[in-house]
Ligand binder design. Sequence first.
Ligand SMILES: [Zn+2]
Length: 379
Amino acid sequence: MNSALHPSIELLAELVRRPSVTPDDAGCQELLAERLEVLGFACEQMNFGEVTNLWARRGHSGPVFCFAGHTDVVPPGPLEDWLTAPFEPVIHEGNMFGRGTADMKSGLAAMIVALEEFLLEHPDHPGSITLLITSDEEGRARDGTLKVIEVLQNRDEQIDWCVLGEPSSQSVLGDTVRIGRRGSLSGMLSVRGIQGHVAYPQLADNPIRRFAPILSELHEIRWDEGNEFFPPTSFQVVDLKAGVGFPNVTPGELSARFNFRYSTEWDHEKLMARVEDIFNAYEIDYELDWHLSGEPFLTREGQLTEAVVKAVTEYCGNGPELSTGGGTSDGRFISPSGADVVELGPVNASIHKVNEHVRLDDVVALTSMYRRTLELLLL
Ligand SMILES: [Zn+2]
């Protein structure tokens, strides 16, 4: 690496060199903690199972600001599809290539350097600054942010404002800031029937026939119209299995899996009850297990949103779109603790793909936006 590079780009390169495929942190958090300790942060490792988490704090009073993120990355996929080695950062035409450059090691590097710049000028700022970093965002996410928040709640440590460094931007840096996410609820269904000869349907009970009208009803329902911040709730079937593989045998069992991405017009209990009411209106022998990935959350107007929007507008010239789109993020675990959560990070066009990359100028600008956000909130 060229020694004249901006410090956040140098730190990004150091992070990309550590092949931290979920849940392996590969030493990334140690590197971050070393930099934070120099700045006066108390760094706590909170490990659960194979997952490495870092909670760092500087200051004892409120309000409590938090930078949150993850060091883990998704696997690179077929190496022959990459133009460069995924864990060897390569700079080409103003971009850095490598797994994790966009999701989300540039966010982490920008946070650390923003803190270094901010604390050099304002070592005695009011309030506290914290970081919540996990190595299990891309995986099952059970031993990461969720567990750290549990520990913090048990000892009455509260986060007031959280900036998550996930790649929120769509085509240019700062065009989109996420102020919430949809909820995600999955249903695992099994329907019991009686297997039989296709020629003697009166002696069998075909579970496909039992489930078909319910499935069609679930598809036809308009769950809600969405609202100012959320698109309408969507129901999708992701898996459907039945049949024994013989043309003259009707099946005795059916299994299906479906998912709701839902707005703040619902909570998971209301949604589950509505679906079960529909099933119970039919004659069907079924079992339905539910898995909640996260309730929807929304951070309304307030100091945090205002500060982030102002910081972005100052550096981009345009105000960002405030959105709740995309998949889930660890914001779903932080928001229920009472914190306001906003996501601001680089362009997400190449995340999880081969040849993932980030614009170097964006990493530098993101560092400034984070530093400015700190100034607006804490000074
Ligand atoms: Zn991410």
